[in-house]
Write a protein that binds this ligand. Structure first.
Ligand code: PLP
Length: 382
């Protein structure tokens, strides 16, 4: 593995978290139990959602959200093409059809409410909003649209832990939304996720579906000494376990502080990059919004060779990434007739630069210097 001077992110676990983890392993309760309940309550308090249901991953949560929304064959769900494949897979797992819509603009890579309105037809049942890089995007307009057209709103809030629009946390705008605790996300523990909902019926259903459709959790049965259970619908094993819940809880307590650190790095990046031609940062969050600052993504001017740009940065020890490959160009979802020029242009020119809470000043300066150098060398060789 290459040793990066500036890695894309930093998922290392702190020593104090390791002792928390050891305590849980020593307690003898390793599966879903009291630490998971504690995490759920803490996330209800933090996000304002009436119910938070822990799951094994955000992808599992997205799947359960689609099941709880009653999506099935014949239904269409509108979502951005500029997202991770998990969003579309959740829809397709239920037999429903993902319909891809455009992003809001050349530097606004989140779902456009206007574009969604254009593709809604009589078979469209739901809109799937995606928090891109931590940006709430047009979530308020998407909610209005969903209300006006009597659609279900679902949220892929994998990037959204710590993101707000107005006084509402991302993931709480629709019927259900799912956060991710995968290692590259803001509350990274390896694998894990959390579904947020205000609907008590949905919450109860999700609790059953994450454990085979069984009506009471193992911990609940252990505690209440109930020996019988019934299964009335098809469920899965999508549970989180207590060690990872404890780690997520420790990370949740630092989320506000870390989001502020991320915001500072991003602001400094924006300031520094004003001096660099040919590179355009993604638009910042709106005045009444707060991003979770998961990713800092820039676009390169047309004609700048992105692969060469990324190689130049790698040579200086700077790791970069791409977000995302447009889903309508993947074999599974390819729709040859479909053209999404804004999405395609963005996806072809976007580069994600390193961003993490304790990023050092010299690291940011190295990224900016390497980016400026890369653009100069790529341009002279054009
Ligand atoms: C990471 C990610 C997911 C999946 O999250 P997991 O917790 O790994 O299942 C879903 N959507 C987006 C946009 C993501 O980036």
């Amino acid at each position: 593995m290459q040793e990066w001077k500036v890695p894309l992110g930093d998922a290392r676990v702190r020593d104090e978290d390791l002792s928390t983890l050891c305590d849980v392993y020593r307690s003898g309760w390793l599966s879903m139990g009291p630490r998971t309940q504690e995490l759920e309550s803490a996330l209800e308090a933090y996000t304002g959602a009436s119910h938070a249901i822990a799951v094994s991953s955000c992808s599992a949560g997205l799947h359960l959200a689609c099941v709880a929304a009653g999506l099935g064959p014949g239904d269409r769900v509108v979502l951005p093409s500029n997202t991770f494949v998990a969003t579309a897979n959740a829809v397709a797992s239920c037999g429903a059809e993902p319909v891809f819509a455009e992003i809001a603009g050349p530097s606004e890579p989140w779902l456009s409410a206007d574009a969604v309105a254009e593709v809604i037809d009589e078979r469209t049942r739901a809109i799937f909003a995606v928090c891109y890089g931590g940006h709430p995007g047009e979530i308020e307009r998407l909610r209005e649209l969903a209300d006006d057209r009597e659609m279900i709103l679902l949220e892929d809030a994998a990037h959204g832990s710590g993101a707000w629009s107005g006084s509402s946390h991302v993931g709480t705008f629709g019927l259900a939304g799912a956060l991710s605790f995968s290692s590259a996300k803001n509350i990274g523990v390896g694998e894990g996720g959390m579904v947020l909902t205000d609907d008590p019926g949905v919450a109860e259903q999700l609790e059953r579906l994450r454990w085979h459709g069984i009506s009471k959790s193992s911990w609940g049965r252990h505690r209440d000494a109930v020996s019988a259970y019934d299964v009335t619908e098809l469920g899965f094993n999508y549970r989180l376990d207590d060690p990872r819940a404890a780690l997520a809880l420790a990370r949740l307590h630092r989320l506000e502080a870390e989001t502020r650190q991320r915001a500072e790095v991003e602001n400094a990046y924006r300031h520094d990059l004003e001096q660099v031609d040919g590179i355009e940062p993604t638009a910042p969050a709106g005045p009444s919004q707060r991003s979770s600052h998961l990713m800092f993504t820039v676009t390169l001017e047309n004609g700048i060779d992105r692969d060469r740009f990324r190689r130049c940065l790698a040579e200086r020890g700077v790791q970069t990434s791409l977000h995302f490959l447009p889903l309508h160009r993947l074999s599974l979802y390819s729709r040859t007739e479909l053209e999404l020029p804004r999405t395609e242009s963005y996806s072809a020119r976007a580069v994600t630069l390193p961003l993490f809470p304790r990023m050092e000043e010299w690291q940011r300066e190295l990224v900016v210097e390497a980016a400026a150098e890369a653009i100069a060398s790529v341009q002279t060789r054009r």
